[in-house]
Design a protein. Structure first.
Length: 296
């Protein structure tokens, strides 16, 4: 990477669900993260990059204003920011494959759900009033949105609201509070964002190199390298069974006329069922290996 005059700045969550994975991602992209005395700013030792560690709600503001060139943030936080604030918004560069959750409407478990129209004239408690309001508007539903910043899931029991709109991953919190998810407002995961219009000229090259590396890191997650032996006659069946594989490499096996070795990169996880299917189709000596790095 070339060395621009000043340093590229990336905003990540300081504490919380995305914090550790965001730093891991930087490390996997080859950045040596130096935890310094300054808790707010970590320096990257081997590149002119600083990592700014802040509350996730502030990341969008920093990236939207160009104070940071890049940021790692939940799509839910980005969408809420966009719904509330006019003006330039951070651009999504790529999905990062972690921090998966969904913003869902949940209602008391004992009541039968009659569809979104049942929310008309009702009160809904949420920390995401912006996203919820646009979801309601798209469906022409008029409901009262009550903004809460913690313990949203207790609102129905306290009679503060009839329903809630909250982030759900396993649903255990809802269940513990006598609620059930009834509608999905937004599917979310961590995303890499960049300043509107991209970083300034001086940071462009470094930002592009880092983005390419991160793309490789994300692509390698879950991807597997698969090797097996197969009779030529089963090649068609076997290739069709390989999950998310491009054109496999086929090489002859020494001393065997009708058998070949098949090597392929599978973009999806390879399950035991897939291996059993491959074996059933005539494959043998099947190996599945993790992929550490990938550059497309
Ligand atoms: P901060 O102190 O930075 O403001 P926070 O309390 O707002 O943190 P966290 O609870 O750390 O946020 O969640 C960060 C992000 O993790 C969420 O915005 C969301 O994108 C993602 N996430 C994944 N699973 C869940 C979940 N079950 N509940 C809440 N957030 C989740
Ligand atoms: Mg927050």
């Amino acid at each position: 990477m070339s060395v621009p005059e000043n340093r590229l700045r990336i905003a990540v969550q300081k504490n919380g669900r995305l914090a550790e994975r965001s730093l891991d991602l930087m490390r996997e992209a080859g950045l040596r993260v130096m935890k310094g005395a300054n808790d707010l700013l970590y320096r990257i030792e081997n590149h002119p990059i600083d990592v700014l560690r802040v509350r996730d709600d502030d990341i969008t503001t920093f990236v939207a204003d160009g104070v940071c060139d890049l940021g790692v943030i939940g799509l839910n936080v980005l969408e809420e920011h966009a719904a509330r604030r006019n003006g330039p918004r951070p651009e999504v560069v790529m999905r990062l494959g972690f921090g998966r959750c969904a913003l869902k409407i949940a209602a008391p478990a004992e009541a039968t759900w009659q569809g979104p129209e049942a929310l008309a004239g009702r009160r809904i408690a949420t920390s995401y009033p912006g996203v919820l309001q646009s979801w309601l508007r798209e469906r022409n539903i008029e409901a009262e949105v009550v903004e809460l910043h913690g313990a949203v899931e207790v609102a129905p029991r306290l009679k503060v609201a009839h329903a809630i709109c909250d982030l759900v991953s396993t649903g255990a919190t809802l269940e513990a509070n006598g609620l059930k998810a009834v509608e999905t407002v937004l599917e979310s995961e961590a995303v890499l964002v960049r300043a509107p219009g991209g970083p300034p000229e001086a940071h462009q090259h470094l930002a592009d190199v880092l983005t390419d590396r991160l793309r490789g890191v994300v692509a390698a997650q879950g991807a597997k390298y698969i090797m097996l032996n197969a009779p030529r006659s089963s090649l068609d069946r076997i290739t069709r069974l390989l999950p998310g594989a491009g054109a496999p490499t086929i090489t002859p096996l020494a001393g065997a006329n009708d058998a070949v070795a098949v090597h392929a990169v599978c973009q999806e996880n390879v399950f035991w069922e897939t291996l059993e299917g491959l074996k059933g189709a005539g494959a043998s000596a099947i190996l599945v290996l993790p992929i550490e790095k990938m550059m497309m």
